[in-house]
Design a protein around this ligand. Structure first.
Ligand SMILES: Nc1ncnc2c1ncn2[C@@H]1O[C@H](COP(=O)(O)OP(=O)(O)O)[C@@H](O)[C@H]1O
Ligand SMILES: [Mg+2]
Length: 257
């Protein structure tokens, strides 16, 4: 069975009968790169939020299995500990908490073992060594570690920070929501290199993007087109190029007819 199985997933905005996800099916495993593309407002971010357990959405139908376990039964922190990672399209600023401290807290939360959550914090020198190595390999300036979280970060810095978190937490499946938006070409290349370096037999990624651009650097195994809360088409990397030249209009015609 694939590591992540999304089956007939429907979700509403919590407390309303406004349905955003209208039956999503998607399967992927570690080691794979999948991309979700689709026009604005199609439900891409909602899907990532629902997968992470955002309280603003309620699942009304369908299921999500992660390594055979019912993901929807888990709280957001348990999903993270199980190996699911989500980067936010619009990360919060947390003045006063440094990048290094934030990541250390996240690493320590992951290291809590067993059902009674015994602490097993990483030793500070070991952590410092790990984060320095990760920053070096991702070409992130050393000074970022001591800056406040997302406070005054440029678009490119936010995205690099996401990739740094991913490098340090080593999730099994990383969901990256519009990691490419707002990046200039150099930052895009660094983020893409980071993703390529991190994805391997033990990590897969689901890249949510509006543009083909990042997929020139990160070669997807599969591309899924999301429209109006449904995946209307799946295909290989060539689908991205097709969308780039013809836009979504042809698919809309197919779906409607
Ligand atoms: N909390 C919310 N309240 C009202 N509308 C929402 C909410 N969340 C999502 N939507 C609506 O659901 C649709 C899908 O949104 P979103 O998942 O952000 O799309 P995408 O990421 O593909 O651009 C949009 O029409 C958006 O306005
Ligand atoms: Mg979005």
């Amino acid at each position: 069975m694939p590591d992540l199985v999304i089956a007939n997933l429907h979700a509403n905005i919590t407390g309303t009968d406004t349905e955003i996800l209208k039956g999503i099916d998607l399967q992927m495993s570690k080691g794979e790169i999948h991309a979700i593309m689709g026009p604005n407002g199609s439900g891409k971010s909602t899907l990532s939020h629902v997968l992470m357990g955002h309280p603003g959405y309620e699942v009304t139908e369908g299921e999500v299995l992660f390594e055979g376990q019912n993901l929807l039964d888990l709280a957001a922190d348990e999903r993270s500990r199980a190996g699911l990672f989500l980067s936010f399209q619009y990360p919060f600023a947390v003045p006063g908490v440094t990048v290094a401290n934030f990541i250390r807290m996240a690493v320590n939360a992951h290291r809590k073992g067993g059902p009674d959550g015994v602490d097993n914090p990483v030793r500070i020198p070991e952590f410092r060594k790990q984060i320095q190595e990760a920053m070096e390999s991702l070409e992130i300036d050393k000074s970022m570690a001591s800056r406040s979280l997302n406070d005054g970060f440029s678009g490119g810095e936010k995205k690099r920070f996401e990739i740094l978190q991913m490098a340090m937490l080593q999730p099994k499946i990383a969901i990256l929501d519009e990691t490419d938006s707002g990046l200039d070409i150099d930052a895009l290349r660094i983020v893409a290199d980071g993703i390529n370096r991190l994805v391997g037999p033990d990590m897969g990624t689901l890249i949510i993007t509006h543009y083909q651009r990042i997929l020139d650097y990160v070669k997807p195994d599969q591309i899924h087109v999301l429209m109006d809360g449904r995946i209307v088409r799946s295909g290989g990397a060539e689908l991205g190029h097709e969308l780039e030249t013809s836009g979504y209009a042809d698919i809309v015609k197919e779906v409607v007819s």
